[in-house]
Design a protein around this ligand. Structure first.
Ligand code: NI
Length: 255
């Protein structure tokens, strides 16, 4: 069975068929889905979905796009949400220098504050890094202690940096872009790092993998990420499905 370690099932694009989709996941070979938040409202929605469905777990956090709206009260709200059952991580948090929707110093401040919250609560982090590879790594390295672990979601940096993250105890997650024909780097990374450190995800409704590009993405398509990793590593689909599900359960402390 597959585990989708990152999907935004609370997104409004799932309003028309969310319930059916979630109820049919098991027969589509997807055992569990982790639904991260991107701001306070979506974190609350993620927690409600996790409370409603056995096969959904939630993460709570504020995405760098929304960092400019954060203050100490936001941290307190996240702290209370994170203590609920089935909240297994803080995320997605990080830095995004591609869109720069929040000023960079503000992004860095609230990335760090949310990491501190994760350490306090002994929860792993789900990290978003777009065109901010060095600052993201530097902050994680500075904050690293025995309580800090996590995953680099939709990993887009180099194989060398992936190895540095693995030395810090982190996992590397691949999404739809690894299936794209011109995606050289993620393919190299998947070959260069051990299966024991790999997670797979859809980031749905975004980042739809080949051969469904252009359509809405959903967690059932996580099979395409497993498929390409199996191909790249010369192992079976089942080996990738089992290992990545086991890795995610270890990281997020799910039975
Ligand atoms: Ni996401």
């Amino acid at each position: 069975m597959l585990l989708d370690s990152h999907a935004h099932l609370d997104d409004k694009r799932f309003d028309r068929d969310r319930d059916k989709l979630i109820r049919e996941l098991k027969e589509n070979d997807v055992s569990l889905v982790i639904n991260p938040g991107a701001d306070v409202a979506s974190s609350v929605r993620a927690v409600s979905l996790a409370e409603k469905y056995d096969n959904i777990y939630a993460a709570v956090g504020v995405h760098p796009h929304e960092a400019k709206a954060m203050d100490e009260d936001t941290i307190e709200i996240l702290r209370n949400l994170a203590k609920k059952d089935k909240v297994i991580a803080i995320g997605e948090i990080g830095l995004d220098y591609y869109y720069d929707n929040s000023p960079r110093d503000i992004q860095k401040k609230w990335f760090r504050e949310q990491i501190k919250l994760a350490k306090e609560l002994k929860l792993p982090i789900i990290v978003h890094d777009r065109d901010a590879h060095k600052d993201t790594f530097d902050i994680i390295k500075e904050e690293k202690d025995e309580n800090l672990t996590g995953v680099l979601h939709c990993y887009a940096s180099s194989a060398d940096m992936a190895k540095e993250y693995i030395k810090l105890g982190f996992y590397i997650s691949f999404a739809g872009p690894i299936t794209f024909k011109n995606a050289k780097t993620p393919k190299e990374v998947a070959k260069a790092i051990p299966l024991e450190r790999i997670l797979i995800e859809t980031d749905s409704p975004y980042l739809t993998p080949e051969p469904h590009r252009g359509k809405r993405n959903d967690p059932v398509y996580v099979r395409y990420i497993a498929g390409i990793i199996a191909e790249l590593k010369g192992i079976t689909f089942e080996e990738v499905a089992n290992a990545t599900a086991k890795n995610a359960k270890e990281l997020f402390n799910i039975e």
